[in-house]
Each structure stands twice: as C-alpha cells, then as structure tokens.
Design a protein around this ligand. Structure first.
Ligand SMILES: [Zn+2]
Length: 208
C-alpha cells in the first residue's frame, strides 16, 4: 500500500456538516471482475475481499453507492432492462453473502465522443452521478471517497469534491495524468482500502 495524501486534502479538514459520508464504488474491475459489457448474472465474480470490505465500511457508518459507466447501452450491446437484471442479482448477492446493503446505484447509459470524452454530465470522469446521489441521499461529499480501478474514477471523485482512491487491479492502461487524476491513495487490495478508510472516518469523528 502506498499512500499519497495531497496537501490540503479535504478529509483532513475539520468537518461540521450534517451529511453522511459515502464510499462511491466503481463496479467493473473494482467491485466485480471486469467482463466487458457483461449482463449475465452467472458471470458475476466479486473482486477478492470486496464484500467483506464493504461490510466493514457499512458498519463504520458510510453510505455505499455504486457508480458505473454503462456505455454498452448507448452502443446497443445490451438494454437497460438487461442491466437492471444484472444489478438486482448483484445487490441480492451482496445482501445475502455479506449483509451489505447498497444505498443507491448510479448508472450512466451514455457513450463517449470519438476522443473518449463524456457527452453527458454523468459519464465518469464527469461527476454527475456522484452529485446526483449526494443530493438524493443527503451525503457530505467533503467526507466521501470514490474508489475505482481507473484514473477516470479518481477524477470523478475529485470533480465531485470528494476524495479519489485507486484500486490497482489492472483496469488502468493509459495512465493519462493530471492534477485531478492523482489518487489520494492507491491500494493493491480491498482489505487495505477498508483499513485506510476506517482510519480516516475515525479521524473525522475525533475532529472538534
Ligand atoms: Zn451519462
């Protein structure tokens, strides 16, 4: 585990907000193993330690929100109804196997432009899904984090005013850098991430 906390990072500031802290979770390559454009529930495989880590963080008081780009819908590779079936299976398995209740799932069905940039306010690295969930659930983005396997996930977290963690599971291949794309911390596994976030939550709670 390598920690790279930026100077002035929001999670070391005193916080007096009423909103809940949240972990925003990328789906493919982060929560579950990435099977490109899969909507077959039979092919769902959790990343090692993901379910247990989410159970720990739920107990620590975090809201849990899945935030996922699903351009396969815009590309005509599957329908929203097929995605809904997959989503129901995923949430049911998290509940049954780990007693984890996901507070919300935010999904972007739109495609990128020819350069790979979002054409909508919600496709990561845009922050629209995070800000939408924050409004709906009363979340405190300044005490929240996005975790994903790509720097687009990190950037989406930062653009929303939250932190950004990288799970090094091999999903990032381009490594396009930028000031919003530097992870606050990077982890090789979910257990290390959960321990780090528990520490941050405890430190926030101890703030005057
Ligand atoms: Zn979108």
């Amino acid at each position: 585990m390598a920690l790279t906390t930026r100077p002035g990072a929001r999670h070391v500031q005193a916080v007096h907000s009423e909103g809940r802290p949240c972990l925003f979770i990328d789906k493919d390559g982060t929560l579950i193993q990435d099977v490109p454009y899969n909507v077959d529930p039979a092919l769902l495989r959790f990343m090692p330690g993901a379910g247990a880590a989410l159970a720990r963080l739920q107990r620590a008081g975090l809201a849990l929100v899945i935030v996922t780009n699903q351009s396969g819908i815009a590309r005509g590779l599957f329908t929203r109804e097929q995605f809904d079936v997959l989503q129901r299976a995923l949430l049911q398995r998290l509940q049954q196997e780990f007693s984890v209740t996901i507070d919300a799932v935010e999904m972007c069905p739109h495609g990128p432009d020819a350069d790979g940039n979002p054409t909508c306010p919600c496709r990561k690295p845009a922050p629209g899904m995070l800000t939408r969930a924050a409004r709906a659930l009363g979340l405190d983005l300044s005490r929240s984090w996005m975790v994903g396997d790509t720097l687009d996930d990190v950037e989406a977290g930062h653009r929303a005013g939250a932190g950004g963690f990288l799970l090094r599971s091999g999903g990032e291949t381009v490594w396009r850098r930028g000031p919003l794309r530097e992870p606050d911390a990077a982890f090789d596994d979910w257990g290390a991430l959960a321990a780090h976030v528990e520490h941050l939550v405890a430190r926030q709670a101890a703030m005057p």
